[in-house]
Every structure is written in structure tokens, then in C-alpha cells.
Design a protein around this ligand. Sequence first.
Ligand code: SF4
Length: 337
Amino acid sequence: MKILPLLDQIAKRAELADHYDLSPSLDIADAQADLYARMDRVVTPPDWAIYAPYVAAINELKKERNAVILAHNYMTPEIYHGIADVIVQCGVHFMAETSKILNPSKTVLIPDMAAGCSLAESITAEGIAEMRAKYPGAPVVTYVNTTAEVEAASDICCTSSNAVQIVRGLDSETVIMTPDKYLARNIANLVPKKNIVWWDGACIVHERFTAQDLKDFREWNPGTRIIAHPECPPDVVAEADFSGSTSGIIDYVTQQRPEKAMRVTECSMASNISVALPEVDFVGPCNMCPYMKKITLEKMLWSLHTMEGAVEVDPTVADKARIAVQRMIDLSAKMAG
Ligand code: SF4
């Protein structure tokens, strides 16, 4: 190791030691025996005595700073199991269910149980059974903006960014897509060889845009790049310069850097992207998702203070939903490779 990085590391350690008790400690390790129980197969007791003071200090800071730590599963066990106990889902209910399905041992809190979604609420497992009865043998592809119960009743999930790949990769001419009729129709236009049939659900934010809105906007603001989410009706998508998922939109704007861009999607997304892209002038109407806007700082604080709002998913349902999600991951990887 070179001398300067070594001195830097020593200085940092000294600074931390001034503020926290980070010496190996059996007492602190014992005090966090519950945490250790989750990782005792992969972390030895002497190692835990070294890690435990760090875990205690980080968790204390996490509380003080009102922070949420989402640990990727590539993290080492003392981080993955020791730090991220609680996930506060700042989003809508189906997202909290997905977090719970993917992290069954964690407490997942949602600051407002009424933060729903028009797409997720448009269909139940009975609706899936109805579609199967109408189109026997056809696989059911369910957009992830839906409940765990509906995912569990489906064959495979999709996102707006991998829906084309998933539909193309299925070994069936007829494919049932739920619950978003507009996403299904947009995919049907891109995959004409398949007979795509759909459920009659829609996102109340995206279905409000019309093709005429876009035409008018273009006429009054020449040179504006129009970017639409595929949850919009097909004639809106046809009028746009680009259509893609949230990540696709971010990539497009980041690469193209248009002077002016009209975002035909949820309003806050443009605000969030614009932080990283100050040179792009985001213009156009502001359609907000009323469900997402139920989440406020005050509700988040209450949630953390009381630990109210824990989201539970029946383990049998979660297991089945996880299979549909895993099939999506596997098929996307196969199609991409
Ligand atoms: S914007 Fe709101 S209503 Fe539309 S899919 Fe997202 S959560 Fe659901």
C-alpha cells in the first residue's frame, strides 16, 4: 500500500474512533444477538465481535439521520443482514408488496396504506382465471404494476422495459397481457406476429394524455422532443418522438440532451430527472399520480416513529409471485444473451 492512502486511512480511522466506540466487543455483539442469528451460518463469532460495534454505530446514525438503507445482495453478510432491517417504501402499495416478496425477512413499511394504483386495482386473481378460460392454453404475462395475488396467478411478469422481449420469447402465438390495455396494445404494435389479448385496465395518469395534446404542443413549441411512457394510449405513443419505460426515458434524455423535452408521463419524474440534466428544459402538462402523492414526509416520519403500516404478503402467494418474477428475469436474460 502507498504511504498517502495509508495515512488517509489512519486519519479516517482516528476520526471515527473519536466519535464512536469501534473496538471489538463481545458485549455489543451479545446485545445484537438477534441480528447475528440471521448470519451465524456465514459469519464467525470472533468476526461478529469486530463487526457488531460498526453495525450498532451505523444503525444509530441511520435513525438519527432518518435514513433508509437498501442493501443489494452483493453486499457482505454483516452489511446485508445487519443494517437493512426496515424498508420504508416511498411509493405505492404494490411496490411495498414487491419489496416484501423480495425481502421476506424484512419489515416493509408503507407510510400510507391507501397509496394504491388504478392498474393494480383493476384486476384480481379471478380476472386472471377469467382470461385463462377465454383463451385456453395462452400464457398470462402480468405487468409488475399489480398485486402479489395477481402475480402469483400469472405465468410470468414483465416491466415496461422488457415487455417486448418477454412476449417475443414466449412459445405461444396467443399471449394474454394484464392489466394494462395500453401497454398491451403498444406491445402488440411492436410484435405483430403475436396475437396479444388484454385486460381492460389503465393507469389514470397516462390515459389522460391525448394525441391532440401532443400535436398542439408541437405546433406551439417547435423543436420540442416529445417523450411518452408506453402506459399511454397507442395514438399518443405514435405521436411521440420516443416511447420507453422510466429508465428508457432517462437514458434517452441523458444521451440526446434535447434543448426542450415534453414528458408525457408522471409529473414528478421530470422534476427528478431534471436535477441531473439542468440544461434540458422540461415542458408540458403536469399529470400527477394521486396515489403516489399520498406519501408525505410527515407520514414517513410517523411510520418510522410507530412502525405502523407493515406490509404482509401470504408466504404461499409470495412464493408463487416470486416464480413469475424469476421467470421474467430468466427469460429476459435469455433473450438479451
Ligand atoms: S402512475 Fe400511479 S396510477 Fe399510474 S401506474 Fe403508477 S402508481 Fe399506478
